[in-house]
Design a binder for this molecule. Structure first.
Ligand code: ATP
Length: 367
């Protein structure tokens, strides 16, 4: 394995109050991000939320309407992409088709007028890193998608960028290759200590690759946190439904003490949930609960919702159920499927409770 060299000590990136308009359309607003040296961050969000626009602003290809961009604490707004030292890998790899692998990787070094010996050493080192030394004489058209992707990464790494920007780099790969490349590229960047920002709309990709994820919607960042915090403690209603599967139950706060509160949900049942101070002034709430955070009981109990099983789907490791808690209110529940246990039957009455009072999020009801 290649050791992290002194040159790759990692660089920080800070975005302060970035706003961007395309004519009178607000594409980005109130963007603040502090990315640590060597951190792998994903910008995750649906199509049109502003991910690519933000990446272009970081790279220097687009000037923001306002706001500051700092690399290692130094303002870079006046610098070109090259001066900022960003490496970019695009969805379509953008390799030069008339150059072989070696020349593609050497391109940036030659453009920077590195001495010939240094170019040769660096290209050799990079091709070894991405395990493509044996294909140095091939042309892009003679490579698989995954190999082209690795050439694109090697080319971007060769010039020792301060930041690596990855714009949906895996979307053209089939699923198995995509998983391999995700693991491999994260490993490469971590080995080199390079700060990386990945644009993706694929939540599994963001969850598995990132140290932290910025979840975006309609030009703003809803939450910037670790993958597990984003999944377990979604900050907004949008995050709770965009990341993973979440049931949303309209509820009324009926009782509150210092630790917990009781929320009445459709069908008249009550759930005991952790007391969320932010909801002091709201009695109408939405309870966001993931299917695996509901426990099935066969006997009634305190703070259990009576329900009827409507559908059972064996999904291998888990059983997925759809149950009805009130007319027009269905809930998804998943349970680990233990060998030898019989699945629940359609029409069967069961009782649902939260696995713990913290195993859900409460949001103010929206009209
Ligand atoms: P996708 O995942 O589909 O690539 P995205 O999150 O990267 O989406 P952006 O490409 O950043 O979204 O676009 C954000 C918004 O800005 C969209 O509404 C888009 O139509 C608009 N937009 C992007 N580029 C321009 C442009 N050059 N001129 C005008 N509007 C633009």
């Amino acid at each position: 394995p290649v050791q992290a060299s002194e040159e790759y000590s990692g660089h920080s990136l800070a975005l302060e109050d970035i706003v961007h308009h395309f004519d009178d359309m607000v594409a980005l607003q109130d963007i603040h991000l502090n990315i640590q040296p060597g951190e792998f961050v994903s910008l995750l969000g649906p199509s049109g939320c502003g991910k690519t626009t933000l990446l272009r602003i970081i790279s220097g290809f687009l000037k923001p309407s306002s706001g500051r961009i700092l690399i290692d604490g130094q303002s870079v707004e006046a610098l070109s992409p090259k001066q900022r030292g960003v490496g970019i890998v695009f969805q379509n790899y953008a390799l030069f088709p008339h150059m072989n692998v070696w020349d593609n990787v050497a391109y940036g070094l030659r453009a920077n007028r590195f001495p010939r010996g240094r170019v040769a050493n660096k290209v050799g080192e990079m091709l070894e890193l991405v395990q493509l030394g044996h294909l140095a004489k091939r042309y892009p058209s003679e490579l698989s998608g995954g190999q082209q992707q690795r050439v694109a990464i090697a080319r971007a790494l060769a010039v020792e960028p301060k930041l690596m920007l990855l714009d949906e780099p895996f979307s053209a790969l089939d699923k198995n290759l995509r998983l391999d490349m995700q693991i491999e590229i994260r490993r490469l960047l971590k080995e080199q200590g390079i700060t990386a920002i990945l644009v993706t709309h694929d939540q599994e990709e963001a969850m598995s690759m990132s140290d932290r994820i910025a979840v975006m919607s309609q030009g703003t960042i809803h939450q910037f946190d670790t993958p597990t915090q984003i999944y377990d403690k979604p900050a907004t209603l949008f995050v709770s439904t965009f990341v993973g599967t979440c049931n949303l139950l309209p509820g009324k706060l009926v009782e509150r003490d210092t630790s917990d509160c009781l929320v009445e949900v459709p069908g008249g049942g009550q759930l005991r949930v952790a007391n969320y101070a932010t909801l002091q002034s709201h009695n109408d709430v939405l309870v966001a609960v993931r299917p695996e955070n509901l426990r099935i009981q066969t006997q009634p109990g305190k703070h259990c919702l009576p329900t009827i099983v409507e559908m059972c789907l064996p999904l291998g490791a888990v059983m997925a159920y759809e149950v009805q808690i009130a007319p027009n209110t269905k809930v998804k529940v998943t349970q680990p499927r233990l060998p030898g246990t019989r699945p629940l039957q359609q029409g069967q009455q069961i009782y649902l409770e939260l696995v713990s009072p913290q195993a859900c999020a409460l949001f103010p009801a929206v009209s």
